[in-house]
Design a protein around this ligand. Structure first.
Ligand code: ADP
Ligand code: MG
Ligand code: MG
Length: 488
């Protein structure tokens, strides 16, 4: 419900937010541009006008676990037998998972050759997402993203905008200004933009130099979040970025020597010299739609077989799948990778997660029956990323009733129920005060060359807030807005 006319103070703050965002690059491409709009037309990012209260202890807990999670991803990714076994049933019924496993297998000899030559460099840019669970008072992980973890830069800017708006909203008296300063001090500093660009630059250096090849989707609306990384890479590290789609990688890139484990190069155009690629950074390749033909898969394999650093590798991408998240929650599983102490720190963050590999197994049949009876307490998740793919309510019931071994391509998850709050959500120049829910994301960077871990750092945070009636929470998918935590 928009009520711009009813609250002049909010209306004025919303106006300030639009102006600040537009003048500081807190922007996204136009979603559905009118025919008259130029291709470069943009609009302020979807935003929450004011930051949202978030418990400081939970924020610190999430930050405190990030390095462990990054280490976990690396350990799981290195156990390729575990990946293959755990994902076998999902792959049998989900072609996308099967293709990623083929990528892992088909690139293995080349990857081994590169590793033997001391040229294995992997970069993780992860984002672990959480929500508070109202009924239990707990704090639970939604998922861990290992590919195309986005919004780090726009989130950094959102924090700066909120700092500015808190000051603007305050009265002019000394007391009011002191109160505003105290409030702004509760916004944790967010260095996601700087941290992630620094990790990318470190990966380029570890790989022996070159450009960053950013693999992007054609017509990406969130390109400005990506462009901030490019700008920071150049300004702070002198590293250049080349943006190519997977289709363009197929026509413009080659691996030295043609075989496996060689240098990745972008061929020169119009007489210019070829460019050596230091790091391939994927902001595409996480969804089946990113591979409209075999050419895109061939391009992905070309990259995977090269000696360039990758963020992520196929193994990292698979380690971030929903199925692996579920498998790690099984008794003893996460402990196997991070030890008892690490497991103790992480396990408390795991929501209820159930495998559907064998729907007729008694404990699986029991939880399926429970979910059919009370669908509001569960989420059914396929092996997908990018928002908008999960099943809730009637759709969840229908898929579970249909049954069959194809359920192995899904996992069942406890529905987390964050306490509702009020937020002023600003989209496309219009604002509305709504009942909302928030999701906290913590970024982590991890860089390994051969056996040496060169980086494992906390790398900032993100809060996304959505209308409480919406099931999904993606900003890019149009469900949520960018927010900041106001620690309390
Ligand atoms: P994706 O990889 O597509 O982002 P997610 O697992 O993050 O998939 O799910 C998308 C959104 O759905 C989340 O941002 C969150 O808003 C909602 N969601 C996912 N899992 C749960 C859950 N267990 N309980 C409540 N909401 C959830
Ligand atoms: Mg995800
Ligand atoms: Mg998500």
């Amino acid at each position: 419900m928009a009520h711009a006319a009813t609250d002049p103070r909010l209306a004025s703050l919303a106006d300030d937010a639009i102006v600040w965002a537009s003048q500081h690059g807190l922007v996204v491409g136009l979603g559905a541009p009118p025919a008259s709009a130029p291709a470069c037309a943009l609009v302020h990012a979807p935003l929450s006008v004011l930051p949202v209260a978030f418990p400081e202890a939970r924020f610190e807990q999430a930050v405190g676990c990030m390095q462990l999670f990054s280490g976990l991803v690396d350990a799981v990714a290195r156990d390729e037998d575990y990946l293959e076994q755990t994902l076998a049933q999902a792959a049998a019924f989900d072609d996308f998972t099967a293709r990623l496993l083929s990528l892992l297998r088909d690139s293995r000899p080349a990857r081994r050759a590169a590793a033997a030559a001391g040229r294995e460099v992997v970069l993780g840019i992860h984002r672990s997402d959480y929500m508070l669970d109202g009924p239990s008072g707990g704090f639970l992980q939604v998922e861990l993203n290992t590919i195309a973890s986005s919004f780090a830069c726009l989130s950094t800017l959102t924090g700066r905008m909120h700092r500015h708006l808190i000051g603007r909203a305050a009265g002019a008296s000394d007391a009011a200004r002191a109160a505003a300063e105290a409030l702004a001090a509760r916004l944790p500093v967010n260095k996601a933009m700087e941290e992630i660009a620094a990790a990318m630059a470190a990966a380029v250096e570890a790989a022996g130099g070159g450009v960053v090849l950013m693999v992007v989707q054609p017509g990406e609306r969130n390109a400005y979040d990506q462009q901030w990384l490019q700008q920071t890479l150049w300004a702070a590290h002198g590293v250049r970025t080349v943006r190519l789609t997977l289709a363009q990688v197929g026509t413009r890139c080659e691996v030295e020597g043609g075989g496996g484990g060689g240098e990745l190069r972008i061929r020169g155009e119009g007489g210019s010299k070829p460019q050596r690629v230091g790091l391939v950074y994927f902001r595409a390749g996480y969804a089946p739609g990113d591979y409209p033909s075999e050419a895109e898969w061939a391009a992905r394999l070309l990259i995977e077989r090269s000696a360039a650093a990758k963020c992520p590798t196929a193994a990292y991408q698979l380690a971030g799948s929903k199925k692996i998240q579920q498998a790690l929650a099984a008794l003893g599983a996460v402990e196997r990778f991070v030890g008892e102490e690490g497991g103790a720190a992480l396990r408390g963050l795991f929501a209820g997660l159930w495998s559907l590999d064998d729907p007729s197994a008694p404990e699986t049949a029991a939880v399926i029956a429970e979910a059919i009876a009370s669908p509001e307490r569960f989420v059914l998740k396929p092996q997908r990323e990018g928002g908008g793919n999960n099943l809730y309510g009637e759709e969840l019931v229908a898929r579970l009733r249909q049954g069959g071994p194809g359920l192995g391509a899904f996992i069942l998850m406890q529905r987390i129920l964050p306490p509702p709050q009020r937020s002023v959500l600003l989209r496309n120049g219009a604002w509305a005060e709504e009942e909302s829910l928030s999701e906290l994301g913590i970024y982590g960077t991890f860089l390994r060359k051969g056996e040496e871990v060169l980086l494992n750092r906390n790398a900032g945070h993100l809060v996304r807030t959505k209308t409480s009636t919406s099931n999904e929470g993606g900003v890019a998918a149009g469900f949520a807005v960018l927010d900041s935590p106001l620690l309390a």
